[in-house]
Design a protein around this ligand. Structure first.
Ligand code: HEM
Length: 481
């Protein structure tokens, strides 16, 4: 477990876990409405921290009532860095089907297979599939950066060609993320299948939405969301034909990868296929869409730091013989810090869960609680990553918080976006940490470095981006090879 700086009190006070689940049906329903509608997820948890004067308490989390048969919304919330870290200890928690709490989308969405994120480490399939995924990442390490830079170059070129060099980046960036990930991770070229090249990303968006909307807060058109999105699981049939197209694309274009899954990792053809789709279209694509949108959003709100980031990007690319690649971005202290701070400030996957394997003592910063075997633990990262005992001015976006110059690298052991510490030795087949723990921040840094390499001014408003080159020299730098 992560050790904290000498902040803990010498002897922690034992306490019963505060909070309650309320009346059957009414308690979960009321908590669900507070969570999605009246308070919103972050303030739902923050208000209860205040109420119970504790970062560990009992509550209900969605989905709940009326048509989620067999889903128990009762959890123990973990809302500080220390209590959250128990979720990384595989001796303490069982991760069988706990990706989004006690709810699991219908297996029809994944070809009848329980894909990797729903497997506990004690399931022999977990190690086989995790190693298959780690192998995909290892093999793609050389092609990842150039493939990503080329795909994004096409996106920025196309926006540049528009009137006033202004355009919406939302769908174009999703399209390029889908195409570079298909190529890097599973060796599948989207251009070989025009329909996938044009709309693979939209198919993935719909497939993710139909599985996970019951657990996601939108809060734009209430009470319609509560009635039609958060009250029951959505069916597979409306997106069945899209999934079949993704399946065919991965099966044919990613054949070599699937063959390796079978020969080298002992998977059946179906296991290799549906896990490859899940890795590509859910874990990787879904995560990148959120992260890249957040990075651009933070660039929009922090224009004052563009000059420093631009200077660093151009200097380090020049020192790297003009090549924009992972070697260059590894040396970009401020840009990497901006990405880490984005991952801290708005962790893309907000909730993590795990079920107690046995009775055990769980500590927060100041108390010890007894957790009983079978209880579902729920960590909510957007609150945990603002733990004031670990992060100074936690509610401020401090772009250089993690820079070496500020000594912020030490904080990486408390950066948990990947379901584990950023500075830890994972991911391995024996843990549940995201296998892309290292490549994700580097890709974020590559996105920023590329924008600052190409443009002297970047203006972002909502989903619209304006890209300006003041001097022609600014883009006269070699691209990744
Ligand atoms: C910004 C991008 C990403 C984010 C925010 C992200 C986040 C996460 C998180 C939080 C988990 C743990 C889920 C849990 O057990 O509660 C996870 C697991 C996982 N991620 Fe990522 N991820 C990203 C990118 C990727 C990429 C590029 C891949 C592709 C290789 C990937 C593959 C996986 C897989 C296969 C798991 C399950 C691991 C296991 O069960 O042991 N992720 N990811």
């Amino acid at each position: 477990m992560t050790s904290l700086p000498s902040s803990s009190a010498p002897a922690l006070q034992r306490s019963a876990i505060p909070g309650s689940y309320g009346w059957p049906v009414l308690g979960p329903l009321s908590d669900r409405l507070q969570y999605f509608w009246f308070q919103g997820p972050s303030s739902f948890f923050e208000k209860r921290i205040e109420k119970y004067n504790s970062t560990v308490f009992r509550t209900n989390v969605p989905p709940a009532f009326p048509f989620f048969g067999g889903v128990n919304p009762n959890v123990v919330a973990l809302l500080d860095v220390k209590s959250f870290s128990h979720l990384f200890d595989m001796d303490l928690v069982d991760k069988t089907e706990t990706l989004v709490g006690d709810f699991r989308p219908d297996l029809k969405f994944t070809g009848g297979i329980r894909v990797l994120p729903f497997l506990d480490t004690t399931d022999p399939k977990h190690a086989q599939i995790k190693n298959f995924c780690l192998d995909m990442l290892m093999r793609s390490s050389k092609t990842w950066a150039p493939t990503m830079v080329a795909a994004l170059d096409a996106t920025w070129d196309s926006i540049e060609s528009k009137k006033g060099s202004t355009g919406s980046y939302l769908l174009p960036i999703q399209q390029s993320i889908f195409s570079f990930l298909s190529r890097s991770l599973i060796g599948a070229d989207t251009t070989a299948v025009p329909e996938i090249h044009k709309s693979g990303h939209v198919m993935a968006d719909k497939w993710i939405a139909f599985q996970y909307l019951p657990t996601i807060s939108i809060n734009r058109v209430q009470p319609l969301e509560e009635l039609f999105i958060h009250s029951f699981s959505l069916p597979f049939w409306p997106i069945k034909s899209d999934y079949k197209k993704l399946e065919k694309f991965v099966e044919i274009q990613g054949k070599e990868t699937l063959d390796r899954g079978q020969k080298d990792f002992g998977l059946t053809k179906e296991e290799a296929l549906h896990n490859a789709i899940s890795i590509l279209a859910f874990s990787a694509y879904g995560g990148y869409v959120i992260l890249f949108t957040q990075l651009l959003g933070n660039l929009a709100t922090h224009k004052d730091v563009h000059a420093a980031l631009r200077k660093e990007a151009r200097e380090k690319i020049e020192e790297n013989n003009g090549d924009l690649n992972f070697d260059a971005v590894r040396k970009m202290d401020l840009i990497k810090s901006f990405v880490y701070e984005t991952l801290r400030f708005g962790p893309p996957i907000p909730s993590q869960f795990g079920r107690a394997r046995k009775d055990f003592d769980l500590s927060s910063h100041d108390k010890v609680f007894e957790v009983k075997k079978g209880e579902l633990l729920c960590g909510f990262q957007p609150v945990v990553m603002r733990d004031p005992k670990v992060f100074e001015n936690p509610n401020e976006f401090v772009y250089d918080r993690f820079s070496c110059a500020k000594g912020g690298e030490e904080l990486l052991k408390y950066l948990f976006w990947s379901n584990g510490p950023q500075s830890g030795t994972g991911p391995t087949a024996a843990d549940k940490q995201c296998p892309a723990k290292d490549v994700v921040p580097l890709s974020g840094a590559l996105l920023l470095a590329q924008l600052f390499q190409r443009y002297d001014e970047i203006e972002i408003k909502g989903s619209s981006i304006t890209l300006k080159k003041v001097s022609s020299e600014s883009t006269d730098v070699k691209k990744a090879e």
